[in-house]
Write a protein that binds this ligand. Sequence first.
Ligand code: C2E
Ligand code: MG
Ligand code: MG
Ligand code: MG
Length: 284
Amino acid sequence: DAKRRGRNTWQTFTPELARQQHDRVQVEAQLRKALDNGEFRLVYQPLVNLADGHVRSAEALIRWRNHALGELSPEVFINHAETTGDIVRIGGWVIQTACRQMAAWRKAGLAPARVAVNVSYRQFLTEDLVPLVAACLQENQLPGELLELEFTERVLIEDAPDTHRTFEGLRKLGVVLTIDDFGEGYSALNYLRRLPIHGLKLAQPFLRGVPGNESDAAICQAVAGIAQALGLDLVAEGVESSVQRDFLMGLGVRTGQGFLFSPALDPDAFAAYLRQTGQPASSL
Ligand code: C2E
Ligand code: MG
Ligand code: MG
Ligand code: MG
């Protein structure tokens, strides 16, 4: 029996496993060289005031185009980069590039735009993060409040000994700290009191069920209540319809991000979007 099961297992799974293994090796080999080959770029998605459409800030999102693999989603390759450790160098490039872009926009007289950067779990644990952020801000003469770092609940849950020191260091720089995809992992509510967090981003899946799914709507409402009670800023991700926008405004949510307003844009297109939406002098 064991033998037959074993053989079936082989027959059923080996080709698939082999293909996955091959893909993984391929992706990781290309990933290793991608930074030096200049294959990454950042695009920027506006976060807008739901009431008047003004741009409040932008989220920088990485894009990777590779000659052999084509365009890969960050949902996929960020995980590989976490496994190999390449994420630390890539993440450093992201912070540096976003800061340079912000400085360039300011020089061009464009008011915004606090820029939010995603920081992966592994990158968050490196000792270099705080000095790296400090250096990027200084080189580009940016006050810390213009940079926002988004990280996931995993950072809070694993509670590594260095986490608190890192948060403290970032807070001293004035950097804005936000929990991304809130509600998607295990929500670590107790950490919301202990760490210097500024805001939450409601994970997309909950809004996807609105309108129609009552439990999704209830979760959105509950998260809005938590944010309000704790004085945290709340951003809704994945706003795709005006019904969703109105629902959020009814909950007192002020800021949203999603295809209803704009997808992520190249820097020039983002600047054009700012001009077109009549960005006020300062969004801070
Ligand atoms: P995220 O940080 O939660 O980013 C939001 C994702 O939702 C982005 O996908 C964005 O394009 C997408 N999105 C925005 N509005 C809508 C909408 O209305 N509907 C739908 N269906 N989707 C919307 P993207 O750019 O593919 O990024 C996926 C994830 O990859 C990000 O999720 C983030 O976790 C990760 N990521 C992206 N860039 C970076 C980076 O520079 N560093 C790290 N560590 N992770 C990154
Ligand atoms: Mg994010
Ligand atoms: Mg998110
Ligand atoms: Mg996400």
